[in-house]
Every structure is written in C-alpha cells, then in structure tokens.
Design a protein around this ligand. Sequence first.
Ligand code: FAD
Ligand code: NAD
Length: 468
Amino acid sequence: MSDKYDLVVIGGGPGGYVAAIRAAQLGMKTACVEKHSALGGTCLNIGCIPSKALLNASEKYAEAEHHLGDFGIEVSAPKLNVKKLMEKKTEIVTGLTDGIGFLFKKNKVDWLQGTGKVTAPGKVEVTPAKGKKQTVECDKILIATGSESTPLPGVEVDEKQIVTSTGALELTKVPKHLIVIGGGVIGLEMGSVWKRFGAKVTVVEFLDRIVPTVDQDMGKRFKRVLEKQGIEFKLSTKVTGAKTTKTQVTLTLEPAAGGDTEELKGDVVLVSIGRRPYFESLGLDDLGVERDKRGFIQVDEDYQTNVSGIFAIGDAIPGPMLAHKAEEDGIAAVEIMAGQSAHVDYNLVPNIIYTWPEVASVGQTEEQLKEAGIEYRKGVFPFSANSRARANADSEGQVKILADKKTDRVLGAHILGPDAGTLIHEICAIMEFGGSAEDVARTCHGHPTLSEAVKEAALAVDGRPIHI
Ligand code: FAD
Ligand code: NAD
C-alpha cells in the first residue's frame, strides 16, 4: 500500500491532468490514475490535437491546390503521402503527451499507470496492464474518465470500414466515398479533412439541419459554404442498417419521419452521432453514485457527487463536452476542495468548429433569446467588408453580436469566418466582465485585422457600422 494521497484523480485527459497539476500547486499530495500508455486523454491522443493536425495539413493541401495560383504562386498539383501525414500527426501528439509527463514530474504528481476502480470512498484500486494490482488511499477522489463515441444500432464499428473519429484519424488512404452519419462537429471536421484530400463526402443527418446547437442562421450559412466546397448533405434522414463487403459499405436510409428506404454506398462510413460518458470498470454503480437520464454523473456546485468525497468533472458530467470546459471544471473542483471559491459559467464556454471557415460562438443564440422572451438588438458585419479578409482573399462569413435591447449587455456572439475561433475570445472576455456592445465598439482595434469585423458588428448593434 502506498502513502495516503490528498487527492487521486482517475483519468489523465484535459480535465484530469489539469486538475492534478492545479491540486499539486495548491499543496495537495496528488496522484493521477490513467490506463492508457500516454497521458492527455481523448483530446490529445484521439481528439482535438490529431484532428487539428489533419485539418491544418488538409488546409495547406487545399491552399496549394486551389488558391496559391490566384496570387501568381505557381506550384505543381500537390500529392498526398498519407503515411507521412500520419507520422507527422503522431509526432505532434507524442510531443504533447510526453510534455504532460514532464509537467507531472515538475509538479510532483504521481502517475499511477493502470485502470482505476473506486472500491470505497477514499480507496482506489489500480490494475496495470502488466504486474500487480495496488490499492491507494486518499481523502478525495476526482473522476475524470471522459467519454466515448455513441454507437448506432445496426451500424457496427470495425474502425476500418465503419469508423468512429478514432478510425477516421487513422485512415491509410483517402476514401473514394466517405459517408458521415451525423452532421455535428466531428462529422464536419473529419468530413472537411478527407474532402480536401479528394474524397467524395456525403453527410447523413437525422435532423432537418446540421450543427443543431449552433445559431440557426449561422448554421444555414455554414451548410451553404460546405456545399460550395463539395460536401453533400442528406438531411431528415436516418440510417437503419449497414452491410459490408471487403471494399464497400451499403447503408440503408429512410426518411426520419418514415417512408421508402434507399441505399447509399461508400467505402468508409464515419459514425459521429455524439459522445456518451465513459465509466467502464470504475465501480460507480456499486457505490450508488447518482447519474442523470443520459448517464452523466450528477454533481453539486462543488463538483461533489451524492457520495461524500467523490467528485467528478469534464465529459463525465453534464455540460459542453469540450476540452477547455473539462479543464475549467478541473481547476474549479480542486480550488473548491482547497477552500477557495470557484465557478465555471457554462454559458461563457466558447464553442468552435475548426473547419474553414471556422464557426465560433459564445453565449446565447437568437433562438434561445426568443424562447426566453429576452428583447435584443443584433449587429451583423460581413467579412467581405473587412479589409484584412479581402487582402487575404478569404472573406466568407460574418460576425453577429447579440446585445440586450435595454442595457446593451452582450448576450451572445456567433462568428462564421476566417479565424473565428480566435476572434470569439474578445467577446468571451467582454461577456465575462458583463460588458456591452458599446464597450467593444469603443475599443480601438488594430488595422488591418480580422478583429475589426468584431468591432464593426458591435457598432452595427447601434446601427452605426462604418464599412457597410
Ligand atoms: P478525456 O479526455 O476523455 O480523458 C479521460 C481519460 O480517462 C482517458 O485518457 C481514459 O483513458 C482515462 N480513463 C477512463 N477510465 C479510466 C479508468 N477506469 N482508469 C484509468 N483511466 C481511465 N474538444 C475541444 O474543446 N476542442 C476540440 O477541438 C475537440 N476536438 C475533438 C475531436 C475529436 C475527434 C473528439 C473525439 C473530441 C474532441 N473534443 C474537442 C472533445 C474533447 O476531446 C473532450 O471534451 C475532452 O477530451 C474531455 O476531457 P476529459 O478529461 O473529461 O476526458
Ligand atoms: P455532435 O453532438 O456534435 O453531433 C451529432 C450529430 O449527429 C447531430 O447533428 C445529431 O443531430 C446527429 N445525429 C444524432 N443521431 C443521429 C442518427 N441516428 N442519425 C443521423 N444523425 C444523427 O456529436 P459529434 O460530432 O459526434 O461530436 C461529439 C462531441 O465531441 C461534440 O458534441 C463536442 O462536444 C466534441 N467535439 C468538439 C470538437 C470541437 O470543439 N471542435 C470537435 C470534435 C468533437
């Protein structure tokens, strides 16, 4: 039996590893149990980072193929070496995951490599892939075991022909026809990657629109941009089964409301219909840890479950299933354990889709404001009127800012456009401070920058944009 810890974190993803480091900074003797051979969780190993590496590479490819010539830069047609691409992606991932090991050593966090099981409050059994089990004792346990891809009955994943995002990040060649089930974030990011590299891409979506949680007007514009890039959509459609041969997958489709079936054939199918919390072999049910209807662990405002001394964060609990939300949860949870006050406002967690153009949003959508009966004013500014976007010949999209009609307080912002994921943070900061559209409008923005489109949208809230 090892020495007693103040805190044992189970799961070394962005929620767990960040919580462990912060706990150690706060003086807690901390261990992190992670079963995978590398730290970093879904995000670093099979999520955010490898997907962004492929998105970035495919953007460069598309740039060389379609855009450099417009500036008189003549290059021969790009040729993709998938093996080299994947090696580079792995190098990037390994560099970052090794970095967490270094941060653990620096902060004196013990990494207990193995599968964690909570046998009782204050007791965690760790089973390594090889070797003997050990039980560690602690004052508090923090569950950060993350999530996994939601399966679709009748469409069995083999990670070769029928893949989740994990398989879509590991393909050994460009598919001829990639069928994506689910027009959400993963489907559109991975669909964009393989489309740019030459695949035909068809997205089958159950609802009558893609990215259903995004502001609807932005979602419609986004779909049109993706269609211009050649991605095809079949909306209001459900997949009822899949048949696989060596080279082909045949999906059976049916209108969501019922009706005649049709077949759709492709060589690779990506199932991306959402993610669900993951607790395999954790022993939660034996301990009576309460979960909600969708399976997420229920926690109070201190991130504590109904079982005293057991806490949970990140994808394992309700809220946006995002790496930065998991990190904020982790920091808040351990600061509260240390007696500090902390709170994460999920309304201010930015949501970014890393396609090109990007889609970024924070706060409320127009639909949510209407439903809540909140009166608002809206300022919209297109990138086609922004000088930097024009200089870059990359001016698709717009900035939309929503502000309270009476107080002018910013209630939400939605950006479709180049670098939207960076631009949104100005609005996150203003909303964090309870600022107004006028505050953004009166802030001096550098010229020529894409950020000026945010300032102009803020001016447009009051009907006084300069460049439209
Ligand atoms: P996870 O990162 O899932 O980590 C959980 C860890 O717990 C894993 O390492 C797992 O091995 C370990 N574990 C589980 N059970 C046990 C056990 N019993 N014992 C020991 N260890 C255990 N989010 C963004 O914000 N931006 C993005 O760009 C983005 N891109 C994504 C792309 C893809 C393809 C996917 C799939 C997800 C993406 N996400 C993105 C979501 C993001 O990855 C998750 O929200 C985030 O990783 C959640 O962090 P977490 O710490 O809660 O859990
Ligand atoms: P998602 O919730 O973003 O999208 C799922 C889509 O599938 C929705 O449009 C939904 O209507 C549709 N759908 C559900 N059931 C269906 C069915 N049976 N047939 C057809 N369509 C169906 O889920 P995702 O794309 O799998 O991603 C999971 C989560 O991972 C995201 O919600 C996000 O939290 C995280 N993620 C974030 C990023 C990012 O921040 N850029 C990138 C990737 C993943």
